[in-house]
Design a protein around this ligand. Structure first.
Ligand code: NDP
Length: 308
């Protein structure tokens, strides 16, 4: 099969397109997915750079966590999925501890059934691929923060992959009383359209100098020191990257198909929408360009690779 792979850590130049990669074998609890679309996450770039060497799977690596595609083969113990099912998911249960060596930037990938869900029918493969890791992170962050109806939240990095979904989940799934989010000037209208009540332009204002305090702060930027200044007494500060200052805490996302299943009605109805960066979807031949765009840190929503 065709697959992007690297056999050494480094910058984008280590990525090579292999025309004769082995199709992965499936374990009893796995299905083989014919990949239709994949998406990049910052963890793909950090992993490629060798940041998680100590807990990574062995090289060579086919990168990619997010997938949408069609089941072409099911292992003996697979109960809920069958050949022909259109599925999506984050293929590595633990993002940093032994993530899959054979990822989603390939024509085929092997995935545990429990990490997948049926693709919402209203979404195309490219849109669905833009969801799993980011929406699971947003969901897990809100859950760990004890977020619930009537609470307020500030989301740092509202226009990114995680932030764009966290805004929508907080407002349209959890029933937030107030959602505030930060982005640069051209992205403020987008934040509002996703459900933010307050859009803070970080190029003009310091959120930590504003009078508002929040029940929860979700930091998807790496501003942990400032984030703790705007949380209410007894509130939660969830930090996805960078410094963690008490009472802030950090977690690493766990992939879970049941979270996608739980969210499917909201995705089917369009209450929650994947946001695919308009520079994409990138062709499979443009994976190097897609990585370098992701690594600018300026992507709006998800960097998607499709078709594969
Ligand atoms: P993205 O690459 O999608 O984020 C890009 C966005 O960040 C852009 O839209 C940009 O908007 C925005 N941004 C950059 N700087 C700022 C700033 N100072 N203030 C507000 N917005 C800003 O990243 P993800 O959303 O996918 O991930 C965010 C971070 O969370 C990454 O570091 C990632 O590794 C981490 N992460 C951690 C997880 C975990 O389990 N712990 C899981 C998932 C992600 P603009 O152009 O307006 O600046």
């Amino acid at each position: 099969m065709k697959a992007w792979a690297y056999d050494d850590y480094g910058d984008g130049s280590v990525l090579k397109l292999n025309d004769a990669a082995a199709v992965p074998d499936i374990a009893d609890d796995q299905v083989l997915v014919r990949v239709a679309a994949a998406a990049l996450n910052p963890v793909d770039a950090k992993r490629r750079a060798g940041k998680f060497k100590a807990t990574d799977s062995p090289l060579p690596t086919v990168p990619g966590y997010d997938v949408a595609g069609v089941v072409v083969k099911a292992g003996r113990k697979v109960k809920g999925l069958k050949e022909g099912d259109e599925v999506y998911g984050n293929i590595s249960e633990k993002a940093l501890e032994g993530p899959k060596q054979s990822g989603s930037l390939a024509e085929y990938t092997a995935v545990e059934e429990k990490l997948l869900a049926l693709k919402p029918k209203s979404l195309g493969f490219a849109q669905a691929a833009g969801l799993p890791l980011a929406v699971e992170t947003a969901h897990e962050g809100l859950e760990r923060a004890g977020f619930s109806a009537g609470k307020s939240i500030l989301i740092l990095g509202g226009a990114g992959g995680v932030g764009s979904l966290a805004i929508q989940l907080a407002k349209h799934v959890y029933g937030a009383s107030k959602v505030a989010a930060t982005a640069s000037t051209p992205k403020l209208e987008l934040l509002k359209s996703l459900g933010a009540d307050v859009a803070i332009d970080y190029t003009k204002e310091n959120f930590e100098d504003l009078p508002d305090k929040y029940d929860v702060v979700l930091d998807a930027v790496g501003q942990g020191e400032k984030a703790v200044k705007v949380v209410k007494e007894g509130g939660s500060v969830v930090v996805l990257t960078g410094a963690v200052v008490p009472p802030g805490f950090r977690f690493v996302v766990t992939s879970d198909g049941s979270v996608l299943e739980k969210l499917n009605p909201y995705l089917e109805s369009g209450k929650v929408k994947p946001l695919v960066d308009p520079k994409g979807p990138f062709a499979f031949s443009q994976v190097v360009e897609a990585f370098s765009y992701l690594e600018t840190g300026r992507a709006t929503g998800k960097v998607v690779i499709s078709p594969i």
